[in-house]
Design a protein around this ligand. Structure first.
Ligand code: GAL
Length: 651
């Protein structure tokens, strides 16, 4: 598979007279793919059943004639006004019961049957017309499911769907009452029709109900997507893709991704540093124009797993975005570095968003590869440089990333569990996972993110499953046969499938006599210092039992307990404490841990070791010297056949 670059383009935004020149310039820059169409429903079907595809025919032909391959988007993230007029109840309702109205995008409820039918119709028309078009080489379904907080809807359609889903799951109201513990506060039901959605209650709703509602909502996103998959499979053999988001945990991406051929995600390193990461001010300042050194890599590893090895970056930030609290410009070199980080992690394609900055509407302040006056914006030259490098470095252009030594279990249901019952305001799954990932990456490891359904851990030396609310049976079996170091906790295996506290008490891991006797959550300034350095913050557990105590808090309570290769960590460690845990575990697992300087990261491909420097200064580490915002390619130790030319240092 040849690695390639692409760009997102909106022919409907520009006079037809410029399409050919745009296409020629894309090809000249070395781009291979162009994604179009995903918001153009009002131009494809201006009125119900009146299709206008001539313009799209010409756009695809023009792009194809320039040698570009088209990713055709289905436009279902932006239903035009007439769709709403036909289905006034298709809007999602927020938790306060307010409709999420027309005038931007994603104004639909996943559960609305009429809207699903409208989607099937437009996608059928697109499939019939372009399914065998030689230039349409991939499809994107919808756009960023869950974006703008749209997974959960409290509409009448959602209520009907939820009742049906519950009836199928529990078969009888009595079984549901038992599973949810509805004897508490006299919440028992005698019929599924009595059950409401978990909003507008006087105080918090039953967490078991909330969890089921989140599971239902996740299934609805997958079911909505499946409607389009089934239509498109009738007309095309081209890969079907969705562009997921960073930090989005509202639905189970592994589940939805199983219906698709390739996973992709939209990477906005500066926007996400500004908006999503709860890191300290110094860190934000240091990486303001480069992005967090681990955020992109984390998602690359995640979406490689969601795509079962096949994944893209569908949208890559090229310059300042418009949507974050503050929108700085990237430092020179970063639009190139971000692309190489993706290729280092096995991306097939990196596609910049967008070709030309639009001078109108919501995203007029969002940079593109071209300015609104069509002059090149700074990222264009960097994209062209990456394209040249890909062409020159044949082997890097062909092969994927090396398998990881370390696996990190990532579970969407655990993200829902800790949203449903955080117990401390700042206990969230995603930041916990990113912290652990960061700690591992600082040590220089190649990391694979794996789903909780994983059955085979045999390739790994170390496996971590922090915050995994419920340990699935398959993973329990895989861990039992695992001969490396497995670290669970904090808050792992502490809920039953029904969202109750299990007895025997957690973590209840085979062969490990360790019990979580009590838990506490901690406000931001309060920490639990550990003997030997580092602290627990946000969350600490008091552990007891006869397993070996590897670390203690200064108050004497065990903080890390182990028997053989099964370890349990009783708190949310800061980076110092985490570093201690991970170094000790690495040694026990027979792995060599590095000590990468702040900002320097690396990832191995099958053939190369790629160094990426997120800091503005040159970093020397061992015998490698990596320029600020630069990338260095080395042969991967032990992987290159003798005599292979060294492709070092290309900044
Ligand atoms: C993405 C979205 C694009 C565009 C972009 C701006 O979330 O998929 O359509 O809005 O953000 O950064």
């Amino acid at each position: 598979m040849k690695r390639s670059l692409g760009v997102c383009y909106y022919p409907e935004h520009w006079p037809e007279a410029v399409w050919a020149e745009d296409a020629a310039r894309m090809a000249e820059a070395g781009l291979t793919w162009v994604r179009i169409g995903e918001f153009a429903w009002s131009r494809m079907e201006p009125e119900p059943g009146r299709f206008e595809f001539d313009w799209l025919d010409r756009a695809i032909e023009t792009l194809g004639a320039a040698g570009l391959k088209v990713v055709l988007g289905t436009p279902t993230a932006t239903p035009p006004r007439w769709v709403l007029d036909r289905h006034p109840d298709m809007l999602a309702l927020d938790a306060d019961g307010h409709p999420r109205g027309f005038g931007s995008r994603r104004h639909y409820c996943f559960s609305h049957p009429g809207y699903r039918e409208e989607c099937a119709k437009i996608v059928t028309s697109l499939g019939e017309r372009y399914g065998r078009n030689p230039h349409v080489a991939a499809w994107q379904i919808d756009n960023e499911y869950g974006c703008h907080n749209t997974t959960l809807s409290y509409s009448a359609s959602a209520l009907a769907g939820f009742r049906d889903w519950l009836a199928q799951k529990y078969q009888s109201p009595q079984a549901l009452n038992r599973a949810w513990g509805n004897v508490f506060w006299s919440m028992e039901y005698t019929s599924f029709d009595q059950i409401g959605l978990p909003n507008l209650t006087v105080t918090e709703p039953n967490p078991a109900q909330v969890m089921d509602f989140r599971r239902f909502a996740s299934d609805e996103v997958a079911a909505f997507n499946r409607v389009q998959v089934e239509v498109l499979r009738r007309f095309t053999d081209a890969p079907l893709i969705h562009n997921y988001m960073g930090g989005e945990t509202g639905f189970d991406h592994f589940n939805l991704g199983a219906d698709l051929d390739v996973a992709s995600w939209d990477s906005y390193p500066l926007g996400s540093l500004s908006d999503h990461l709860t890191t300290d001010a110094t860190h934000r300042h240091r990486f303001l124009r480069q992005g967090d050194p681990d955020m992109q890599a984390f998602h690359h590893d995640l979406y490689r797993a969601v795509g079962r090895g096949r994944w893209w970056v569908m949208e890559q930030q090229p310059g300042p975005v418009n949507w974050a609290a503050w929108n700085p410009a990237p430092l020179p070199g970063m639009a190139r570095l971000w692309a190489w980080e993706a290729f280092a992690h096995g991306a097939e394609t990196v596609s910049y968003f967008r070709w030309r900055q639009a001078p109108f509407a919501q995203e007029q302040m969002h940079a593109g590869l071209l300015r609104p006056d069509s002059a090149p914006a700074p990222a264009l030259a960097e994209a062209a440089q990456v394209a040249r490098e890909l062409a020159e470095m044949e082997d890097l252009g062909e092969v994927g990333c090396a398998p990881g030594e370390v696996a990190l279990v990532y579970d969407y249901a655990s993200a829902w569990a800790w949203k449903t019952q955080p117990q401390g305001r700042d206990f969230e799954y995603f930041p916990l996972m990113l912290d652990v990932y960061r700690g591992l990456r600082r040590l220089g490891f190649n990391i694979d993110i794996v789903p909780p359904t994983t059955r085979d851990l045999s390739g790994y030396r170390m496996v971590l499953a922090p915050g995994l609310a419920t340990l699935p049976d398959d993973l329990r079996t895989a861990l039992a046969g695992f001969d490396g170091i497995a670290i669970l906790g904090p808050r792992s295996n502490c809920k039953t499938a029904e969202f109750a506290i299990p007895v025997p008490l957690p973590p209840a891991l085979p062969g490990l006599d360790c019990t979580v006797a009590r838990v506490e959550s901690l406000p931001p300034v309060s920490v639990v210092p550990l003997d030997g350095g580092g602290v627990f913050r946000h969350w600490r557990e008091e552990l007891e039992g006869t397993a070996d105590v590897l670390m203690r808090a200064v108050d004497g309570v065990p903080a890390l307990m182990a028997t053989g290769g099964v370890w349990y960590l009783g708190g949310w460690p800061d980076q110092i404490a985490l570093d201690r845990v991970l170094r000790r575990a690495s040694t026990a697992a027979g792995l060599t841990a590095e000590d990468l300087p702040d900002g320097l990261r690396r990832r191995d491909t099958v053939t190369h070791r790629i160094w990426l420097n997120y800091s503005p200064e040159t970093i020397c580490y061992g015998d490698v010297e990596v320029p600020g915002c630069g990338v260095v390619f080395e042969p991967r130790p032990g992987a290159m056949p003798a005599g292979t030319p060294d492709t070092k240092e290309r900044k």
